[in-house]
Design a protein around this ligand. Structure first.
Ligand SMILES: CC(C)(COP(=O)(O)OP(=O)(O)OC[C@H]1O[C@@H](n2cnc3c(N)ncnc32)[C@H](O)[C@@H]1OP(=O)(O)O)[C@@H](O)C(=O)NCCC(=O)NCCS
Length: 185
C-alpha cells in the first residue's frame, strides 16, 4: 500500500506525455478543455456549461479518492500543458476507465498513450484484474482507442449523458489484466 503522499505524488511518464495528480492551478485548463460540448457530450456525468466550480469540485474529489487509494486520477501533460484527464475511477464490478482530451490535442495518439500508461500501472502495480469502460455509440474514435488497448465489447446499453440531457446508446466494454498484458501493454 502506498502512503497517501506517495499516491498524490505519483507520476507516470511516457514517450510524449506525463501523467500527474490534478492541482487547483489546473482548473482553468480543465474548464477550457472539457467545457467544449464536443468533449462533454461524449462523457456521462459532465455538466454543460462547465464552470470553474465544477472543475474545482472535481479536483478536490479526485485528490480525496487518490489519497484514500480508491481511484487513480491524472491530468495529461503534453508539451508541458494540461491536455486532458485520464482516470481509473471507482466502479462496480470493476474500476472504470475514463478519459478526455481538449480538442487541440485530438488525433495525435495521446489518448492511446495515456491510456496505456494508466492501465499498465493499474494492472502491473496496483493489482487490478479487470477494468470496465465504454463509449457512446456515436464515438468511433474512442472505441478505436479502446480496441487498441485490448478492450472488448460486452453489449449495448443506454447511459445517461448529463451534458446532452438524454439517455444515449452506449457500447459497454471491459479489459482483463491477462488480455492487456498479452496484447496491448
Ligand atoms: C476520443 C478521444 C479521447 C480520442 O483521443 P485521441 O488522442 O485523438 O485518440 P488517438 O489518437 O489515441 O486514437 C484515435 C484513433 O481513432 C481513429 N479515429 C479518429 N476518428 C475516427 C472516426 N470517426 N472513426 C473511426 N476511427 C477514428 C484515429 O485514426 C485513431 O486511430 P489510429 O491511431 O489507428 O489512426 C478524444 O477525441 C476526446 O477526448 N473526445 C471527447 C471526449 C471523449 O470522447 N472521451 C472518451 C469517452 S469514452
Amino acid at each position: 500500500m502506498l502512503a497517501t503522499s506517495s499516491r498524490i505524488e505519483l507520476e507516470l511518464r511516457g514517450a510524449r506525455l506525463t501523467l500527474r495528480a490534478p492541482r487547483l492551478a489546473d482548473a482553468e485548463a480543465i474548464v477550457e478543455g472539457i467545457g467544449a460540448f464536443a468533449v462533454s457530450r461524449m462523457l456521462a456525468m459532465v455538466p454543460h456549461p462547465y464552470r470553474r466550480s465544477d472543475a474545482e469540485s472535481w479536483i478536490y474529489r479526485s485528490l480525496r479518492e487518490v489519497a484514500a487509494g480508491e481511484a487513480l486520477h491524472f491530468v495529461i501533460l503534453a508539451e508541458g500543458k494540461v491536455a486532458g484527464v485520464v482516470s481509473l475511477a471507482r466502479g462496480w464490478p470493476a474500476p472504470n476507465f475514463g478519459y478526455w482530451l481538449a480538442i487541440p490535442y485530438w488525433g495525435r495518439g495521446y489518448a492511446t498513450e495515456a491510456g496505456r500508461l494508466v492501465l499498465r500501472h493499474g494492472f502491473e502495480r496496483a493489482g487490478l484484474r479487470l477494468v470496465r469502460s465504454g463509449v457512446f455509440a456515436d464515438n468511433p474514435a474512442s472505441l478505436h482507442v479502446q480496441e487498441k488497448l485490448g478492450f472488448v465489447a460486452l453489449g449495448v446499453s443506454r447511459v445517461w449523458c448529463l451534458a446532452c440531457g438524454a439517455r444515449v446508446p452506449h457500447i459497454d466494454t471491459a479489459l482483463s489484466r491477462e488480455r492487456f498484458l498479452e496484447f496491448a501493454a
